[in-house]
Design a protein around this ligand. Structure first.
Ligand SMILES: [Zn+2]
Length: 95
């Protein structure tokens, strides 16, 4: 296995890297958790964010409309549209 810390090649199943001494299993787990979940986490994160933006935009627009602030209504509608648009984009591009 390749040491994720220094890139040195070690025999399979080695616990510590022969070159830098970093624990391989822990380092590999760390790395796998980082890179394996990074895309998923980012996607989920952005899905939640865009959904929140979409919902926030709708409620913001309603609130602004009740105050008669049509400039803010336009702003919140834009936020909402951007949120839903990005949500559709992230869902479509999700693995
Ligand atoms: Zn190493």
């Amino acid at each position: 296995m390749i040491c994720p810390e220094c890139g040195a090649s070690n025999r399979e199943g080695a616990t510590y890297c022969d070159t830098c001494g970093k624990p391989l299993a822990a380092a590999a787990r760390e790395k796998a958790a980082q890179s394996g979940n990074l895309t998923g986490m980012m996607t989920a994160d952005w899905t939640i964010r865009s959904a929140l933006a979409g919902i926030f935009g709708i409620f913001g627009a309603i609130a602004a409309a009740s105050f008669g602030r049509w400039d803010f209504v336009a702003l919140f509608v834009l936020i909402s549209v951007a949120g839903w648009g990005f949500l559709a984009f992230t869902i479509r591009n999700a693995p």
